[in-house]
Design a protein around this ligand. Sequence first.
Ligand SMILES: [Zn+2]
Length: 343
Amino acid sequence: MSAGYVYDPIYLKHDTGQHVEVAARLEAIIAYLEKTGLTSQLTLIKPRPATIDEIALVHRREYIREIEETALKGGGWLDPDTVMSAGSYKAALYAAGGLIRAVEAVIGGEVASAFALVRPPGHHATSGQAKGFCLFNNIAIAASYALAEYKLERLLIIDFDVHHGNGTQETFYDNPQVMYISTHQYPFYPGSGDIGETGGGAAKGTNINIPLPADCGDAEYLKVFEQIIVPAAQRFNPQLILVSAGYDAHRDDPLAMMEVSTGGFGRMAGIIKGLADELCGGRLALTLEGGYDLNALAASVKATLDVLLGNSASDSLGQPPSSSGKADIDRLFGAIKELHKLP
Ligand SMILES: [Zn+2]
């Protein structure tokens, strides 16, 4: 199976100084993919910068100018968590453009699936506000681009980053063409992501939040995928699947309190790949969001790419911990299934 990855050293120019979201994250991923021989199996897709018109599919032009001007001034803090350097604006244009290129490569048949290894991440950014390490909402921009450029009618976004993608939810809340499904620790940053947020107007039911208590591991996540995400995706029947792939639900991650193993992320990728094969001719593009333990991040990205390539499963960080399967989420499942009329 052919798979591609988007990468360019331009992404290292977003300099955050003393921060958890650092260039070393991408450097660790690329070094590990090279060391394990994976880069030679993958097609390298060179990114391009998103155009201002493409960014403006999601963000206000005044906000885009503010980001550009902050970079021209040499950088600065945009919110208590989000900082820019002189190189951040250009990196952010290439991050959004990188996922757009991944979508073009998948729809154009250059590769079956693609993973955009980009930064800054995107899913917290809203139309007029940087937030949670995010400047432009890469996945919302690429999804809007795909809808417009390829006249798609139904697009599915799966977001398994441990944080709720408030910016992505907000962008498509009233848009029935986009189904947004998020698993996230809750209550937790950024505060949104309650099960009652289901979409507005004609889009009611196309926003599915799965707010999980801390300590969920592979068993709970696989149950979420099998019992909620798979049937909801099958019913929606998307023509393209995009994924906000954050690896901060990993048990080694310093920011959150989940217990997912490296192999667990591989199994989630397998279910998503299965959905893409079943529903939309395999058309699948992922973009990197969070993930802050460098070893866990690199190994989990590799586990995901192994699935896209059809390689046998790997779990270099060992088996899931015994606590997996502990969290009681049956009541939550019942409520979500009832709310979204899932079997
Ligand atoms: Zn996150």
